[in-house]
Design a protein around this ligand. Structure first.
Ligand code: SF4
Length: 63
């Protein structure tokens, strides 16, 4: 089964890095926390790159 990206919002600090890097996948919700609006908006490689940039490492794969 394909991996699906998600954000653990309990940990998100609203820094905006993932949204700046990959607006095709991430967006701010009404509480200014990041959420995934399109898990298929980028390649796994690109999503992994952004995952590694999150300062609190709260972007994960659900397998
Ligand atoms: S990079 Fe991480 S902490 Fe920053 S907005 Fe995205 S999910 Fe939240």
């Amino acid at each position: 089964m394909a991996k699906v990206v998600y954000v653990d919002q309990e940990e998100c600090t609203s820094c905006g890095v993932c949204i700046d890097e990959l607006p095709e996948v991430f967006e701010f919700d009404d509480n200014d926390l990041s959420r995934v609006h399109n898990p298929n908006g980028a390649s796994e490689e690109k999503i992994q790159e952004v995952m590694d940039m999150c300062p609190v490492e709260c972007i994960h794969w659900k397998e």
